[in-house]
Ligand binder design. Structure first.
Ligand code: AMP
Length: 395
């Protein structure tokens, strides 16, 4: 894997694909700069080498040129984060952009206008990618969040830098973390998969069965498995057409020697409501009219034991309806267990949508080894797909 550490950027212009798709408020101020902070180490390394940085990103989903999606709104924030006054050019290709790059000195940073003002970006247009390629000597991809898209700036442009392309440190860290969970990590490896539906996680489950020692299943997915095994699940969420699939997964896991851990007790509720009446019930004896909305205490105890004995941990998906306080305990307790295991030396990766939100909301962000920045890209990696943005650098 070629990274920025394999290059000396002295007197070089680095064309860097970053993910500055940040949230803006009604005054066009950045409300969360996590993604800008995440790209900082790569940019700083290049500047410290004596190079300059040309930053390209998308922002939102503009239809053609729309000022509300202009990257000029984020110039001040990027300058603040980097500690360098960032220059800006109102297009990402063409003479204007080439001139701005031509005037760039070592130590300077240039922000290009929104890539998606050109529909050729998402179309993966080769001519557009070639125009982009004129804006740097070395191509650096540091945008994991878009690595699963074969867009001009994320994938196609790489072909114009056959010898001089690499991963930025953020993207390298993402790849390394996922590799640990899927192949190189220390055993025992445990995957915790929660969330609402079997159907959205099935490919991930099948893919991780090849590497993990333990598969913990929680969240709404639980009930499809329990019903398939003959349990009473009341009115809990269930995909009836996936019951057979659930049994197949259990069989495959057994054949591969993977231990599957399903909840044994749950917090049942008489309505999908934070103020519902609740009771702890056995997972396979949920009374009619009640639904399981969180895991119960015995389940948390068992899951935590598995986690504490694991050396590599993947967490994707909450164990309950954590958005409601009444049903957040299982997810929070599991977060504590993962944080403790991490403190004891395990590697823990949290990623893919809602678990990232949960980890941030409950303050576990800095207590796990790595929180992935890419939702869709992370899920596709865990499904075992080769991401086009990653392949373009590697080949
Ligand atoms: P996903 O996007 O598939 O990871 O699913 C995340 C969603 O699953 C969250 O919004 C949770 O509220 C929801 N969820 C977790 N457990 C349950 C459950 N027992 N019943 C219904 N929804 C659940």
């Amino acid at each position: 894997m070629k990274t920025i550490n394999d290059f000396n950027f002295e007197d070089k212009k680095a064309l860097i694909r970053v993910d500055f798709n940040v949230p803006l408020n009604e005054n066009f101020e950045v409300t969360d700069d996590t993604r800008i902070q995440a790209a900082k180490p790569t940019i700083i390394k290049i500047l410290e080498d004596g190079g300059s940085a040309v930053l390209m990103s998308h922002l939102g989903r503009p239809k053609g040129v729309q000022d509300e999606f202009s990257l000029r709104h984020i110039i001040d924030k990027v300058s603040d984060v980097l500690g360098v006054q960032v220059k800006y050019v109102a297009n990402c290709v063409g003479q204007e952009a080439e001139d701005a790059v031509g005037q760039l000195n070592p130590g300077e940073v240039l922000l290009l206008e929104n890539l998606r003002f050109h529909p050729t970006e998402t179309a993966g247009d080769v001519a557009f990618a070639e125009q982009l390629s004129k804006l740097g000597d070395i191509y650096v991809n540091d945008a994991f969040g878009t690595a699963h898209r074969a867009h001009a700036s994320t994938t196609i442009v790489a072909q114009f830098f056959p010898e001089s392309k690499c991963f930025g440190s953020l993207l390298a860290k993402e790849i390394e973390s996922i590799d640990k969970v899927l192949s190189t990590g220390e055993q025992p490896i445990t995957a915790i998969l929660g969330g609402s539906k079997v159907s959205s996680k099935i490919t991930i489950i099948e893919n991780v069965l090849d590497t993990v020692d333990n598969l913990i299943i929680g969240g709404g997915m639980t009930y499809t498995f329990i019903k398939a095994k003959g349990g009473q699940i009341g009115s809990s969420i269930c995909e009836d057409d996936k019951q057979e699939l659930a049994l197949e997964i259990l069989k495959k896991a057994e054949e591969k020697g993977v231990k599957v851990h399903l909840p044994v007790d749950v917090l049942g509720a008489d309505a999908f409501d934070n103020n519902a009446n609740t009771q702890i019930v056995a997972v396979d004896a949920i009374p009619e009219g009640w639904q399981g909305l969180d895991v119960g205490p015995e389940t948390v105890k068992r899951f935590s034991e598995v986690v504490s004995e694991s050396k590599t941990i993947l967490w994707n998906g909450p164990l309950g309806v954590f958005e409601m306080e009444t049903f957040a305990k299982g997810t929070i307790d599991l977060g504590h267990a993962i944080a403790n295991a991490t403190k004891e030396g395990a590697f823990s990766l949290v990623g893919g949508g809602d678990s990232v939100a949960a980890v941030k909301q409950f303050g576990f962000g800095d207590k796990v080894s790595y929180v992935s920045t890419g939702g869709g890209a992370m899920l596709e990696s865990l499904e075992g797909k080769t991401l086009p943005g990653i392949e373009a650098i590697e080949k």
